[in-house]
Design a protein around this ligand. Structure first.
Ligand code: 5RP
Length: 235
């Protein structure tokens, strides 16, 4: 039987077919994206010419170790393609991301890209988003007030559930690469992701949320019967 790790590997390697010489790439974060970075490193070692913007310090370190040429969005503000993983993907390719805590840079990089392709094993496919707790990146200042506002606006959009501060090492909270905190919102279901996404951005303490809507145009999903491509309608 194929293990989840094998499925992640298959999806990540299939995405390499989309990479052509000279591309400017966004590199995602997480265990599936890191398989893509590893496979890309092999191609670069064999002569592929690309330049890449990583979405986290961890991905930057991995790519640098593999000799993948790196740039920044300041030097290269527009990218051809970003390949990243996801925590949940629905049939419209709306996603929850941020399980690895990199959602802010991931969203900035995906938005700066002509195409975003998501790579995943089929356990990430859902009919309704929300079983995976929605990560929301917040500033430290006013944390309790921000939590209260998120609870209130989430309830207005039919979302209820515990909001917890993501723990890090040694009893300290998890801190993102941008120096912020992550709230994990266990809503169970998110009936109207667009409405929730819009409302969350009205909370001043919210830096960004893990709802990625209308960003991915293709999902490469590996399951026990093989790898399939899911396209976003109208993309
Ligand atoms: C990191 C992310 C990841 O893409 C997401 O958590 C999926 O990770 P994995 O491929 O390890 O399941 O959003 O912030």
């Amino acid at each position: 039987m194929l293990k989840t790790d094998d499925l992640k590997e298959s999806a990540a390697r299939a995405a390499l077919d989309l990479v052509t010489d000279g591309m400017r790439l966004g590199l995602g974060t997480g265990s599936t994206a890191s398989r893509f970075v590893a496979a890309l490193g092999e191609r670069v070692a064999a002569g592929l010419n690309v330049v890449c913007v990583p979405t986290s310090d961890a991905t930057r370190e991995q790519a640098a170790r593999l000799g993948i040429p790196l740039t920044t969005l300041d030097e290269t503000p527009r990218l051809d393609l970003t390949v990243d993983g996801a925590d949940e993907i629905d049939t419209q390719l709306r996603m929850i991301k941020g399980g690895g805590g990199a959602l802010l840079r991931e969203k900035i990089v995906a938005t700066a890209s002509d195409r975003m392709v998501v790579v995943a094993d089929d356990s990430k496919l859902v009919s309704v988003l929300g079983l995976y707790p929605l990560p929301v990146e917040v500033v430290r200042f006013g944390l309790m007030a921000t939590i209260g506002l998120i609870e209130a606006i989430a309830a207005e959009t039919g979302c209820h559930g515990a909001i917890t501060l993501r723990p890090g090492a040694a009893d300290a909270p998890f801190v993102t690469d941008q120096g912020n905190l992550i709230l994990d919102c266990a809503f169970g279901t998110i009936p109207e992701p667009e409405v929730l996404a819009f409302s969350l951005k009205r909370v001043p303490g919210v830096v960004e949320h893990g709802l990625f809507l209308g960003l991915a145009d293709l999902a490469i999903v590996a399951g026990k019967s093989g790898v399939r491509a899911m396209r976003r309608a109208g993309a």
